[in-house]
Design a protein around this ligand. Structure first.
Ligand code: TXA
Ligand code: MG
Length: 359
């Protein structure tokens, strides 16, 4: 299949009109959102939605999010919204929050993977909003990666995965947030975070009071995640990855990198600017470590995390050593992704020594 590529800023009206025309005609188009790129099709057209699953190689038991551009669009899609759902819509839409609500008959089974709920989100990205409005339908859209790869946060990464598989790619530049939306189940007695993301636990608690987190998110293989997608091996680079967490993470990571370098291993490192600076001073000239910094702070880490995970596969290290952050704010979302990427090979570095968690 020939894949059209539009650089949105060159001619926004024409690009969005063409892309929306393809979606309305039952084709699949990739588009930017404020979180990650999505792979969109007419969410009420089961045949069009099937093309998304085919392009991604996505398991049929993993439901999709329906994207809307105006609040009114949610009513035909649900059999009813409770007070928590309404509060979340009023407070956080448009934005990086997906709510799980009871579905209506209108929603095709393929979208919900047969569940009696449907996930809905109103993105704030202007290109996403304009595209949904112009298409004139709710747009079903998972992240625009091949299943199992990190979500793409720029159009080049989308093109790497989707050229030849979809009708078009709208290039709207890099995504600002960089990790997927927070998914909240509003149908449980206490609203429950099924996937941490751009809207933080603290923001949800401030609005709703008590909020639970799906206990399956900590990697216990005995628990089944309530968001089917969270059970898949996702985000993982090809090389084995070890994640340092805790108060002494930076120090212990530095030592591990120096040891690995002495052993002649080709390693990849993920850390912040400060640690990268110190590592480069300590490593001898001509070192072969591939050190990727996310910048400074959690927002930078969220924004660059998936790019770096893809970069690791490009430089093919034998081993990856990564540094974690605490779980406050955006930390919960990035640590969820990082721990998964590391296959839960976690080294907890504290004053008393290093303990291996889940490893
Ligand atoms: O930021 C995002 O949410 C991006 C952009 C494109 O909007 N989309 C995205 O979609 O991340 P996807 O398909 O990659 O992830 C959707 C997650 C999956 O884990 C899926 O299992 C879960 O939401 N999900 C969808 N419908 C659900 C439902 N009815 N109940 C529970 N989980 C659901
Ligand atoms: Mg995804």
């Amino acid at each position: 299949m020939e894949t059209k590529f539009w650089e949105v800023k060159k001619n926004p009206e024409a690009a969005i009109a063409e892309a929306a025309g393809l979606i309305a005609a039952g084709e699949v188009v990739a588009f930017p959102t404020e979180t990650v790129y999505g792979l969109g099709a007419d969410g009420l057209n089961a045949e069009a939605v099937a093309k998304i699953f085919a392009a991604k190689g996505r398991p049929a038991d993993n439901p999709l999010i329906l994207h809307i551009a105006d609040t009114e669009q949610i009513y035909p899609l649900t059999s009813g919204l409770n007070a928590n759902a309404r509060a979340l819509m009023d407070t956080f839409w448009p934005g990086p929050l997906t709510i799980v609500v009871p579905r209506s008959e209108l929603v095709p089974d393929i979208v919900t993977a047969g569940l009696d709920t449907v996930a809905i989100r109103m993105p704030s990205h202007p290109v996403a909003a304009a595209l949904i409005r112009a298409a004139g339908c709710p747009v079903a859209a998972p992240s625009a990666n091949v299943s199992g790869k990190p979500s793409p946060t720029n159009a080049k990464d989308v093109a790497d995965d989707m050229t030849g598989k979809v009708a078009g790619i709208l290039d709207g530049g890099s995504c600002g947030i960089g990790v997927e939306s927070t998914v909240v189940d509003t149908t449980s007695p206490v609203p429950t975070i099924l996937r941490p993301g751009g809207i933080t636990r603290e923001m949800l608690e401030e609005r709703l009071g008590a909020v639970e987190i799906d206990p399956a998110l900590n990697g216990d293989p005995a628990l089944r995640p309530k968001a089917p997608g969270m059970k898949y091996r996702h985000y993982a680079p090809k090389a084995p990855m070890y994640l340092y967490e805790g108060t002494l993470a930076a120090q212990r990571l530095t030592e591990a990198v120096l040891r690995a370098q002495k052993q002649g291993l080709h390693i990849g490192v993920l850390c912040d600017d400060a640690v990268k600076g110190r590592l480069e001073e300590s490593l001898r000239r001509g070192h072969t470590a591939e050190i990727f910094s996310w910048g400074q702070g959690k927002a930078d880490l969220a924004e660059h995390l998936y790019e770096v995970l893809r970069d690791f596969d490009r430089v093919s290290p034998e081993l990856i050593i990564a540094m974690g952050v605490d779980e406050k704010g955006l930390g919960l979302a990035v640590m969820n992704r990082l721990r998964k990427a590391a296959g839960y090979q976690i080294l907890q570095a504290e004053e008393g020594g290093i303990t291996v968690k889940n490893g």
